[in-house]
Structure formats: structure tokens, C-alpha cells
Design a protein around this ligand. Structure first.
Ligand code: COA
Length: 258
């Protein structure tokens, strides 16, 4: 198992947990941390993770954003490289072959919010604060926020959040559809662990196909998306899990997934 200075990757059964671990910087994402996340996602996949949890170390932050001290003096080409790295990490979360849950345990600003947007599900603590705050730094979201946020919360709310750079509490984020659930701070770990364990017990190929099909809904015309869904759906026939799931139902017994 690899070791990194700025993140941790741990496993509990089929559930991998990736913790951004720079609490003295409120888990802000510098280049080293983004590269480590990329490596850890590859490792979690190789180790056969059936669900992945993304969270932040310490009491205060999920991820307080891109690293402002690194960004301040970047030239345009350097900024482009940083944007590409952030995009790559967000894409890898979005395309990770198993479901990814963002456990938002505090501040999720700028790039932190964008990483959460690239996850499949978002659970926040009551005292989490979330926002695309880049406008007040003289920039805009650069790791996918302008594209993923409106899909989740609708165009008007996304414009408000990005134009005003407002920092909203978890309850408002839930009302906007930006997070799926809000839980008490001391319940986050257990609740997310339970969700992840439930997902890890589902048939992995079918879950992967479901994620791919849902991702397509945002990337293509409905006609092409429907064609893609048909292909994924029929591709599951003949797999162990399809035969087993249907057989178990008909035999009135619990299925045993691959
Ligand atoms: N990049 C780099 N460093 C960051 C950071 C970021 N995004 N967010 C916080 N830090 C650093 C602070 O500079 C501070 O460093 P210091 O101890 O050397 O002074 C340390 O983390 C603690 O942050 P601090 O601001 O003192 O904590 P706070 O509790 O008073 O405020 C926040 C917390 C999150 C409200 C505040 O840090 C903040 O607004 N951060 C910027 C958020 C942002 O705009 N992110 C989007 C970036 S794209």
C-alpha cells in the first residue's frame, strides 16, 4: 500500500476511504495533493474497491479549495496546467468504477465544492459550509463547477452561487439539491460507512453500469443516452450477477454476488 504525505487511503472490506490530510491548510488542494488523489484512486480501483468515500481530515474542513498561496502568482500557462490537473482528478472521481460518496465534514469551498460535485452522492454535516467562492478571488470555478453545479441545482441557483460567491449552510445546500443528506457531525462517519457498506454489497458490475448510464445522461442527447443505456443493460445479461440475481429471486433465496 502506498503512503502519501497529504492524503490517506484506507480500506475496510470493500469500502475505500480517501482522506485529504492537510488540516493545517484546511485540506486545500496543492499540486502534490491532487497528484496523490489521482494515484490513490488508481490504487483503490486496483484493490477492487466496491465503494469509495472522500472526506477531509480534522474538525473544520472537507476541502477549503484550491491552494490560494500556490495560485496567486501563476501565469496563464501554469494556471492551465493546474486547471487540467484539477479537471483530471474530478473526472476520475466521476468515472471511478464504483460509487463515490463525498462525506462533507466542514468547509467545502471552490475546488473542494467541485470535487464533491464530481462524486456520486454527497452527505454533509449540519455545520458544513459550502460554496463556489472563486468570484471573490477574482476568478471563476476552474475544476468543473460551472458545468456540474447547474446540473445539480438548476441554472438560476448555480448562477447565484457562482456570481455572488455565497457560502451557504448545509441545510440550504440540501434545499438546493447540492447535498443529498444532512446529518449531525458526530453521525457522519457511521452514516456514510453504512451507505458505503450497503453499496459495496450490491452487484458491482450492475452498479458500475448504472453509474456509467447515469453519467451519460449529462453528456449526450437523450436519444444517444437511451441507446447507451440499452447497450449497457443488455451487456449485463450472461454475467454471474445477472444470472444469480434473477435465479435467487425465482428460488426465493438471498443472492451471492461475484
Ligand atoms: N488555500 C490555501 N490556504 C488556505 C486555504 C486555501 N484555499 N484556505 C485556508 N487556508 C489556510 C489559511 O491561509 C490559514 O493559513 P495560516 O494558518 O498560515 O494563516 C489556514 O489555512 C487556516 O485558515 P484560516 O483562514 O485562518 O481559518 P478560519 O477558520 O479563520 O477560516 C475559511 C476558514 C475556510 C473560512 C477561510 O480559510 C477561507 O475563506 N478560505 C478560503 C476559501 C476559498 O476561497 N476557497 C476557494 C479557493 S478556489
Amino acid at each position: 500500500m502506498s503512503e502519501w504525505d497529504t492524503i490517506r487511503l484506507t480500506f475496510d472490506g470493500g469500502v475505500a476511504t480517501l482522506t485529504v490530510d492537510r488540516p493545517d491548510r484546511l485540506n486545500a488542494l496543492n499540486v502534490e495533493t491532487l497528484e496523490a488523489i489521482e494515484e490513490a484512486l488508481a490504487e483503490a480501483d486496483e484493490e477492487g474497491a466496491r465503494a469509495l468515500v472522500l472526506t477531509g481530515a480534522g474538525e473544520d474542513a472537507f476541502v477549503a479549495g484550491a491552494d490560494i498561496s500556490y495560485m496567486r502568482d501563476l501565469s496563464t500557462p501554469e494556471a492551465q496546467a493546474y486547471a487540467e490537473l484539477g479537471h483530471r482528478v474530478a473526472d476520475k472521481l466521476e468515472r471511478f468504477p464504483a460509487p463515490v460518496i463525498a462525506a462533507i465534514n466542514g468547509y467545502a469551498f471552490g475546488g473542494g465544492c467541485e470535487l464533491a460535485l464530481a462524486c456520486d452522492l454527497r452527505v454533509a454535516t449540519e455545520d458544513a459550509v459550502i460554496g463556489q467562492t472563486e468570484i471573490d478571488l477574482g476568478i471563476i470555478p476552474g475544476w468543473g463547477g460551472s458545468q456540474r453545479l447547474p446540473r445539480l441545482v438548476g441554472d438560476e441557483i448555480a448562477r447565484r452561487l457562482i456570481f455572488f460567491g455565497e457560502r451557504i449552510d448545509a441545510q440550504d445546500a440540501h434545499e438546493h439539491g447540492l447535498v443529498g443528506e444532512v446529518v449531525a457531525g458526530d453521525q457522519l462517519d457511521d452514516h456514510v460507512a453504512e451507505l458505503a457498506a450497503d453499496l459495496a454489497e450490491k452487484p458491482a458490475y450492475a452498479l458500475r453500469a448504472a453509474k456509467e448510464a447515469l453519467n451519460q445522461a449529462h453528456e449526450t442527447s437523450q436519444e444517444a443516452g437511451l441507446r447507451y443505456e440499452r447497450r449497457l443493460w443488455s451487456g449485463l445479461f450472461g454475467t454471474h450477477d445477472q444470472r444469480e440475481g434473477m435465479g435467487a429471486f425465482l428460488d426465493d433465496r438471498e443472492p451471492e454476488w461475484e
